[in-house]
Design a protein around this ligand. Structure first.
Ligand code: BV8
Length: 246
């Protein structure tokens, strides 16, 4: 066991944060890698409230394209998603998985204690009645809200830049009492998610672990750091934490 490994209570609360990197091996693009989404799309054109006001068709097309990509049968949970679901099922204490990802790979892997802090690609929200509904198909200005029957008021249920992420109180409560905080597949560029490691260290004195392909913006804040593909590093990390193979 590495000398910097977790040595806290065997039923301590675990908070896990994931980002786009955990879904890369499932075939979904990240944002800030050289081949990432922002290499070909300007974040200001699709991920801000002003972008949707200015050109809703452009924003709908961006998310329609990603939704179709996610629904490709070849896109499935990978070994990292599956390992986190196993950890939740096998760990004696609470496990909360907070994802920045808007894909559905964690739930398809079996994770249940899950917060999509940046929303969900396969859901729509009505800007008139606020109803949130499953929406696996394309969305446009011609889409009609099934709850209030209004035309053209739907938006993808995703958090844009400058909008409040979801379930922040629940997340900060979990961070304040956690023994172990694990950040996986995120560049640490986007707040408030990028600040969670400081919350975990400060409020709870948690053991902090970064698992990523390369050091993130906040890598120096982590006590334990493992670099390599999530599909390799996460299952190994979970096995060690649980004390050996299932
Ligand atoms: C908020 C939509 C108030 C969803 C996204 C100036 C003005 C206004 C705001 C700000 C400002 N400066 C800072 C801010 C705050 C702002 C922010 O951080 N902006 C950034 C861009 C500078 N944040 C906000 O506005 C947030 N709201 O602050 O509200 C508030 C304040 C405090 C408390 C509560 C509320 C809202 C953020 C909204 C985020 N939405 N897009 C979508 O389309 O998906 S941004 C986008 O970035 C995605 O959401 C994504 O989830 C997020 C983070 O990206 P990552 O997941 O980290 O992906 P990335 O590509 O960056 O990194 C992937 C990593 O994986 C890399 O390190 C790579 O090496 C690694 N990797 C690759 N392959 C693998 C791998 N690792 C392992 N294995 C592999 N195989």
């Amino acid at each position: 066991m590495p000398q910097d490994a977790y040595s806290g209570p065997r039923d301590g609360r675990i908070v896990i944060l994931t980002g786009a990197g955990i879904s890369k091996e499932s075939g979904l693009d990240t944002f800030r890698d050289a081949d990432g989404i922002w290499a070909t799309v300007n974040i200001e054109d699709v991920a801000t409230p002003e972008a949707f006001q200015r050109d809703p068709d452009r924003v709908h097309a961006f998310y329609n394209d990603r939704r179709r990509g996610l629904l490709n049968p070849a896109v499935r949970p990978n070994a990292a998603h599956l390992a986190l679901a196993r950890l939740e099922a096998a760990w004696p204490g609470d496990v909360l998985l907070v994802t920045q990802n808007i894909d559905n790979l964690h739930e398809r892997a079996g994770s249940k204690s899950l917060v999509h802090m940046h929303g969900e690609l396969l859901k729509a929200r009505c800007q008139v009645c606020a109803a949130v509904a499953d929406w696996p198909g394309d969305m446009s200005r011609d889409s009609i809200c099934r709850a209030c029957a209004t035309l053209g008021t739907l938006r993808v249920h995703v958090v844009r830049i400058c909008e409040m992420p979801f379930e922040m109180d629940r997340i900060y409560d979990a961070l304040a009492g956690c023994a172990l905080f694990v950040s996986i597949g995120t560049s640490g560029n986007v707040y408030p998610a990028a600040g969670f490691v400081q919350e975990a260290r400060g409020a709870a004195g948690a053991h902090t672990v970064e698992i990523n392909l390369e050091p993130s913006q906040g890598h120096s804040l982590f006590v334990e750091r493992r670099y390599g593909p999530a599909g390799v590093e996460v299952p190994d990390f979970v096995e060690r934490l649980l004390g050996g193979p299932p």
